[in-house]
Ligand binder design. Structure first.
Ligand SMILES: *Cc1c(COP(=O)(O)O)cnc(C)c1O
Length: 449
């Protein structure tokens, strides 16, 4: 922080007071502009390159991970209608929540069961391609299924990859890294679930556990990796490649929307709600969707009440210069994938002119939505992934949300509410049942109020 005075005046802001008390808030972003994305041509080119790279790797992915064969080696998830969930939430809050509700099912992504299967896997693939091409072993017009050959795994085993993670990024990078032959080390924060660490160790990945939170695990991982010239560090707080891997989702989503005959425009606004941790995942998706749909897409990030790092960074304008601990929050949440105290220095500034807003959800809200989505739609998400689900209700029910819709003169009857589900299919079933039981008890309690 710039100093005591700035800290004092920030703490006096009503919104920051609410955040510091860990209350749920809905904030619309006054810095959003309707101008085109800055450097859009450059970004478009880089995203197109990422799409092409994923296409080159598709034959390898299809043979290395048979579950992707049917999708021709594309790591992609369905887009599903969630009308029953919409009805259930309308009943619960006693008012209409109009529009068409969809769930982007990244909890079902192959290989690692979370949105990290986009960015994390992409960055490892790019690194593998870079070093294999440089060594003269691979050409871009080769059939990449040759990467399965022993000579490639032997080659990659001379290199290592390291990453700091709350769980899912490590899981994604470990799965693909180990498959290619790399030596992988994952630096896990204290939030990481035991089953994720066990699974990685089974795959031959080194897992180093920290008692501290995500920022510390990243910092230590970065420090150790710097000492080894053969080690490549995947930097979740700054990586452009990670962000581009996530951004490749945009064009694919556009095709899925077209198949449903949805064409976002002035009369058919598209609202997208994304769970946000450090911001790279939702930031990459948001960037791509803004490039495609411009002002016809309205993007909101959801965060836990104990870890609203992106909201705090955007509101204060300090981005990665402030952490939730600076306002007295503990960064403790059951939403382990979102337990991040300081936002990405890349994603924060990039989102500043693009994002419609951010909101927070209490763990009890996340659990209760987890239970309700299972009961109504039979979809099982991990707690973090429900941060998106809280969005549409908050848009309709908060003062700030109502003002946003009014100011933008939107025809909400035709609105499309797309909730991005970011993880869950690999959670062991006993653990999922336990989440659901907790969710049921919260849902019951809230119903009685
Ligand atoms: C990592 C993660 C996110 C958010 O991605 P960031 O890049 O950290 O913002 C959301 N949901 C789940 C389940 C995650 O694991």
């Amino acid at each position: 922080m710039a100093g005591r005075d700035m800290h004092t005046s920030l703490m006096e802001e009503p919104l920051v007071k609410q955040l510091a008390l860990a209350h749920e808030v809905f904030w619309t972003n006054p810095h959003k502009t309707n101008e085109a994305v800055k450097n859009s041509a450059e970004w478009e080119e880089e995203i197109a390159e990422a799409e092409e790279r994923l296409l080159r790797f598709a034959p390898y992915i299809a043979s290395a991970f048979p579950e992707t064969k049917e999708a021709d080696g594309f790591i992609e998830s369905p887009l599903a209608a969630i009308n029953d969930m919409q009805k259930l939430l309308e009943q619960d809050c006693g008012e209409a929540l109009p529009g068409r509700w969809l769930l982007k099912c990244d909890h079902d992504l192959p290989i690692s069961g979370s949105i990290k299967a986009r960015g994390g896997i992409y960055e490892v693939l790019k690194h593998a391609e870079d070093i294999a091409v440089k060594a003269g072993m691979l050409k871009q017009d080769d059939d990449y299924s040759i990467l399965h050959d022993e000579r490639f795994t032997a080659f990659f085993s001379r290199y290592s990859i390291a990453v700091g993670s709350t769980g899912n990024l490590g899981l994604s990078i470990g799965m693909i890294g180990a498959k290619l032959g790399f030596r992988v080390t994952v630096h896990m924060s204290s939030d990481a679930k035991q089953w994720k660490k066990d699974l990685l160790r089974q795959k031959g990945v080194s897992v180093i556990e920290y008692k501290a939170d995500y920022s510390q695990a990243v910092k230590e991982g970065r420090r150790q990796a710097e000492q080894d010239p053969y080690c490549y560090f995947i930097d979740d707080e700054h990586s452009r490649d990670l962000l581009l891997g996530y951004a490749a989702a945009g064009g694919r989503l556009k095709k899925q929307l077209e198949q449903m005959n949805i064409k976002p425009g002035a009369d058919e606004p598209l609202f997208v709600y994304l769970p946000c941790g450090v911001g790279g995942g939702p930031g990459g998706v948001a960037l791509a969707l803004k490039l495609i749909y411009g002002e016809n897409v309205h993007i909101f990030f959801g965060e836990p009440t104990h870890s609203p790092c992106m909201l705090l960074g955007l509101f204060s304008g300090l981005h990665d210069g402030i952490s939730v601990q600076d306002i007295g929050l503990d960064n403790q949440t059951a939403a382990d994938g979102l337990a991040v105290g300081r936002p990405s220095g890349l994603a924060g500034p990039l989102m500043e002119p693009l994002l419609s807003g951010c909101y927070t959800a209490d763990d009890s809200t996340l659990f209760s939505l987890l239970y309700k989505l299972r009961a109504s739609e039979h979809k099982s998400l991990e707690p973090s992934a429900l941060a998106g689900m809280a969005g549409p209700v908050k848009l309709y029910q908060t003062k700030a949300g109502k003002r946003y819709m009014k100011e933008h003169g939107l025809n909400m009857k035709n609105a499309v509410h797309l909730v991005w589900s970011t993880g869950g299919s690999m959670v062991p079933s006993e653990e999922m049942e336990e989440y659901s039981r907790i969710g049921f008890s919260f849902a019951k309690k809230m119903g009685r109020q």
